[in-house]
Design a protein around this ligand. Structure first.
Ligand SMILES: [Zn+2]
Length: 123
């Protein structure tokens, strides 16, 4: 193997490492997108169910819904199409220790995370 071959082999090795790192980044992004899709689908389901319940049981109209969406949006002082996320920690329903909303299970006793509020699992 001459000097040219060694340089080429080194370049190929670096290219392979770069491709591997890029592949790992793509896998991480794909997992994050899947998580966001799950949250979006859950949120859409809850919203749909709530709206059907309100229409069916209380006779609310689309216009009332639009007005209420605007009022809810303005609760944080900005009409930006967003609602402020709750970041307060949750308490485990089994051991009552404080657990992060980011985890699906209690890190102390492995109890599945409580869904204290209907929307807790969508944030
Ligand atoms: Zn626990």
């Amino acid at each position: 193997m001459d000097l040219f071959d060694l340089v080429q082999a080194k370049k190929i090795h670096h290219a392979e490492l770069s491709a591997e790192r890029a592949g790992n980044k793509v896998s991480g992004v794909e997992a994050r997108v899947a998580e966001l899709e799950n949250r979006f689908n859950r949120l859409a389901l809850i919203n749909h169910a709530l709206w059907e319940l309100l229409k069916d049981r209380h006779g609310y109209t689309e216009e009332e819904l639009r007005d209420w969406v605007t009022l809810t949006d303005l609760k944080d002082g900005k009409l930006d199409g967003r609602v402020r996320q709750t970041t307060a920690p949750l308490n485990c329903v089994k051991c009552n220790r404080v657990v992060s909303r980011a985890f699906a299970r209690c890190m102390y006793c492995d109890e599945p995370a409580s869904s204290g509020g209907t929307f807790d699992r969508v944030h």
